[in-house]
Write a protein that binds this ligand. Structure first.
Ligand code: NAP
Length: 455
């Protein structure tokens, strides 16, 4: 994939970049490694000051950075600005909490003193996706930098200006040269970076194949890796649910980010008793969404990020239809305008064996499944290769407890949509990956948990 900014509204290539050469990558890794040897001793209070300065910059220049995000990947401008604000919030969170999270933990043994100390690992490579181009990077960078690690970013090839802007923000905030660098490189250059002895660990947010590929390299190198991969999150609606809230949230939970979110609700699992009403209301609300230029403040749905994403989604929908799924609205790309536009789409009557049962649909397509009762709702939710998040709607305490206990996922949100919160750990199980970001768990991923025992 060329490293370039291409406007997803028009298809126009706005700016292209050359990938770094092997020699340039080697120099940058060298700078990162030498910086780490000094940076790890910088007091936490100083790192926090820099991170707070980064949060200030993000907040002050939220409009400019929001426009850059929208320009490169097409999400509605309001959502892009919120993403910049959320990126500031993760910087503030770790600036404030890292010292507490990483404090020595005393443990009583027969020694005169024994405790756990958390120490940084070194240079960490972050391979990141385009869908939340600021948020995904800051949720890695903020804890990593607070823990005393240094970062190298390989961002998605379609958001190079966002990648460069993030390095610039952290540099302007005061972080020393080499503490955080953007590498403009292609996916084929990732292996060489991970194999370098000076790079100690890696994290990847993205698709399953990319995660599997990185994990095989880190596996060979015996290096720590965190994988935040895809999902096909269930959104379960029981008869006792507050239907107004459930339908309203079903719209946001599926359409957020033009449908391109790992934790978007993708499979709507609805009990028979209320299924007709839920579906009718969903159709009505999806029809009311405004599709158009994402730079306009009243646009609900902009274009998909790339022609490739549009093509893949179209192919999945067409195959599902051929396999027997029924289209209620949408169902094919918008062809009377340029850009990667795809309308809100609902598929129902998805037969056994249809790819819509198990694939991740990365765009504004809701897959609806009817089930007779709770038991089959849970079974349907768990019948997926993924296990990222789950949203469940019920007012019944017994149902709630069973859903919390039996859903196989990294998170369960009851009567709310799945969302990331800086205070709560975030991540998946099964083919959605492993490891956690955010919360205390997030900062502990890239540290040496050192046991100290003194007689
Ligand atoms: P992607 O194609 O996997 O790309 C993600 C990143 O990985 C990009 O920087 C990409 O670089 C790089 N990459 C691709 N193939 C690679 C390989 N073989 N080795 C090393 N790096 C590789 O994913 P995407 O299509 O951009 O993002 C959508 C996917 O990400 C969805 O499945 C979504 O659910 C998932 N996602 C998960 C989370 C989460 O937190 N769990 C969050 C957001 C998105 P290039 O751009 O240069 O190819």
């Amino acid at each position: 994939m060329p490293i370039a900014t291409t406007n997803p509204v028009t298809g126009e290539v706005l700016k292209t970049f050359d990938a770094l050469s092997d020699a340039e990558i080697d120099t940058k890794i060298g700078v990162a490694h030498s910086q780490f040897l000094k940076y790890r001793s910088i007091p936490m209070s100083q790192r926090a000051e820099w991170l707070l300065a980064a949060a200030d910059l993000l907040e002050k220049e939220r409009d400019r950075f929001g426009e850059l995000i929208t320009l490169e990947m097409g999400k509605p401008i309001k959502a892009a600005i919120s993403e910049v604000e959320k990126s500031a919030s993760v910087c503030r969170f770790y600036a404030e909490k890292a010292a507490e999270f990483l404090a020595d933990v005393p443990i009583q043994t027969e020694a005169s003193s024994s405790f756990v100390r958390y120490q940084p690992l070194g240079v960490i490579l972050a391979v990141m996706p385009w869908n939340f181009p600021f948020w995904q990077v800051f949720r890695f960078a903020a804890p990593a930098l607070m823990a005393g690690n240094v970062g190298l970013l390989k961002h998605a090839s379609n958001v190079p200006q966002s990648a460069l802007a993030i390095e610039e923000i952290l540099t302007r905030a005061g972080f020393p040269p080499g503490a955080f660098q953007t590498l403009l490189v292609g996916a084929d250059q990732v292996a060489g970076i991970v194999e370098d002895d000076r790079v100690k660990a890696a994290t990847l947010t993205g698709s399953e194949p990319a995660g599997a590929s990185l994990a095989s390299i880190t596996g060979k190198q015996i290096k720590k890796v965190v994988l935040e991969l895809g999902g096909s999150d269930p959104f379960i609606v029981m008869a006792s649910a507050d239907l107004d809230q459930a339908v309203k949230t079903a719209v946001t939970a599926r359409m957020l980010n033009n449908g391109q979110s790992c934790i978007a609700a993708k499979r709507f699992i609805v009990v028979e008793e209320i299924a007709d009403e839920f579906i009718d209301r969903l159709v009505e609300q999806y029809k009311a969404l405004k599709i158009g230029d994402p730079m306009l403040p009243d646009t609900d749905i902009g274009p998909l990020a790339t022609p490739g994403i549009l093509q893949d989604l179209d192919q999945q929908v067409q195959t599902s239809i051929q396999q027997g799924a029924k289209v209620l609205i949408g169902g094919e790309p918008i062809r009377d305008r340029p850009g990667n536009f795809y309308p809100p789409t609902i598929l129902t009557d998805i037969p056994k064996g249809c790819l819509a049962e198990y694939d991740e649909f990365f765009g504004p397509v809701a897959l609806v499944f009817r089930v007779p009762e709770l038991e089959s709702a849970i079974a349907r939710a768990n019948d997926s290769p993924f296990g990222l998040g789950a949203s469940a709607w019920t007012q019944d305490e017994k149902e709630r407890d069973r859903l919390i206990q039996e859903i196989e996922a990294g998170s369960v949100f009851v009567n709310g949509m799945v969302k990331s919160d800086v205070k709560l750990p975030f991540g998946g199980i099964k083919r959605s990956g492993f490891g956690r970001e955010l919360g205390r768990e997030g900062i502990l991923e890239f540290v040496n948990v050192k046991t100290v025992w003194v007689k």
